[in-house]
Design a protein around this ligand. Structure first.
Ligand SMILES: Cc1cc2nc3c(=O)[nH]c(=O)nc-3n(C[C@H](O)[C@H](O)[C@H](O)COP(=O)(O)OP(=O)(O)OC[C@H]3O[C@@H](n4cnc5c(N)ncnc54)[C@H](O)[C@@H]3O)c2cc1C
Length: 285
């Protein structure tokens, strides 16, 4: 962050963007800029000597749908994604994206930008992890796919190689019988004690076929227990109080860094989700 007069490029095509990024891997990728502009260290925005705006790259705004997946261009705004409608994207993702606000921000903030904030699991991230979404990462001469769950490394960095750009997010469209997304506070202000909780469940003939539940605390800590999820598969709904208590026990201790409020809210929502699977499967929340 050294130059007061950066050169800003506005490539029109993906190949032009990747070429420019290969030449200057220290450049800043600028999508909607909502995070970059609001999280400057001081009064002035200090940019590196090269900035690559992705706003004119149409290839990054495409959407395609098949029977099993929907692919969202990483440059799609949150608002444009929501315009696809609840019938085209999983409901939990729809609710999560709707909670990113205010509307003026949703109109310019992108999906790729939401995923690519280092050391922060922003609002869409836990839901995309739970849905087992994958991202396409491209650089000049290379392409790879990565589960969203592996993109944020434990040291806060992102699994991005020099010159690499998120180009698409592939979201599986599995038939969930019930979906839930709840959110408190905002990931960018720790004093709001941010917490998200997301649950997905598939029930067939009154039996839990698959169940997934995760959450984030303070945009940093991912909460999930596969042991609990495995324990619930094959159970008949509604679950009894005893089964719910045993599932909560299987979830295990919550990490020490959670505040009392986060801890309490997470536990309550976990209990609520497990006790209400039957209702959720008739009206997805
Ligand atoms: C008032 C306000 C409210 C907000 N509320 C929320 C909220 O409720 N929930 C929430 O999650 N966020 C919120 N945000 C933060 C931010 O707006 C969003 O996270 C947004 O999705 C970021 O997208 P962007 O396109 O603006 O990213 P940018 O600011 O352009 O970029 C963010 C980071 O991602 C990198 N990047 C962008 N695109 C790519 C790509 N395709 N490949 C690789 N790297 C990339 C950039 O280099 C940068 O490091 C809020 C911001 C503001 C200002």
């Amino acid at each position: 962050m050294e130059d007061r007069n950066p050169t800003v490029y506005f490539p029109d095509t993906l190949s032009e963007l990747l070429q420019l990024y290969r030449r200057t891997p220290s450049a800043l990728l600028y999508a909607g800029g909502t995070y970059i502009l609001s999280h400057r260290p001081g009064r002035f925005l200090e940019l590196p000597s090269t900035v690559l705006s992705i706003q004119d790259v149409q290839d990054l705004r495409r959407v395609s749908r098949s029977e099993r997946t929907i692919e969202l261009g990483a440059g799609m705004t949150i608002a444009r994604t929501l315009q696809l409608g609840e019938q085209n994207i999983p409901r939990a993702l729809y609710v999560a994206l709707s909670s990113i606000g205010p509307p003026a921000v949703r109109g310019i903030a992108t999906i790729g930008g939401n995923l690519a904030i280092p050391a922060r699991l922003m609002t869409a991230v836990p839901v995309l992890i739970l849905l087992e979404a994958r991202i396409e990462l491209r650089r000049q001469g290379g392409v790879r796919w990565l589960p969203v769950s592996r993109f944020h490394l434990s040291d806060g960095r992102l699994d991005l190689k020099p010159g690499e750009v998120i180009t698409r997010v592939r979201v599986p469209l599995q038939p969930w019988s019930g979906q839930m997304f709840r959110r408190f506070g905002t990931e960018l202000s720790p004093e709001s004690e941010p917490l998200t909780v997301c649950g997905l469940v598939r029930v067939s003939n009154g039996i839990v076929e698959e169940i997934r539940l995760n959450g984030t605390a303070s945009g940093r800590t991912l909460l999930r227990s596969r042991t609990m999820e495995a324990e619930l598969v094959g159970r008949r709904i509604p679950l009894s109080r005893k089964e719910v208590e045993s599932a909560e026990e299987a979830f295990g201790e919550l990490p020490a860094q959670l505040t009392d409020i986060q801890r309490d809210r997470f536990r309550r929502l976990l209990t609520w989700f497990l006790l209400n699977i039957q209702q959720l499967t008739t009206r997805s929340a």
